[in-house]
Design a protein. Structure first.
Length: 132
């Protein structure tokens, strides 16, 4: 029946989107980990740090934002929180060192990156379950 075919197609699309997010997150992991470790270590990363390179831009989150909410609640919330951390960090990254709020936003940026990094293991596991 057409209803059955529609349900199969929805499930296939969800698996495809989950696999896409998994690949994107896997490719971002090293970049995020490098900054999370820098921010946690004593030394230059402990103080205010100016970062020119974006943490995230033009990725799958912008293309499949609506589809995220088709996943189960844990995965939906995890993806939303992960990408929100990256986007928040990126906005805070743009504050100039001459700005009076630079130190405050720099700390918020670091906190967001560390939070995104800590979400990675569970998020990857949830995505694997979704597309396997």
């Amino acid at each position: 029946s057409s209803y059955f075919m529609w349900k199969v197609q929805i499930k296939h699309n969800r698996k495809t989107v989950a696999k896409g997010f998994y690949i994107e997150i896997y490719s971002l992991e090293e970049h995020i980990e490098r900054f999370a470790r820098l921010f946690d270590a004593p030394g230059p990363g402990a103080g205010p740090v100016e970062i020119k390179q974006p943490f995230y831009s033009d990725g799958l989150f912008f293309v499949f934002r609506k589809e995220i909410f088709g996943f189960n609640q844990d995965l939906s919330e995890g993806l939303f929180e992960f990408y929100n951390c990256l986007l928040t960090a990126d906005e805070n990254r743009k504050v100039a060192p001459s700005d009076q709020f630079f130190t405050l936003t720099n700390d918020a940026m670091k906190s967001s990156i560390k939070k995104a990094y800590n979400l990675l293991p569970n998020l990857k596991e949830l995505l694997k379950k979704e597309f396997s």
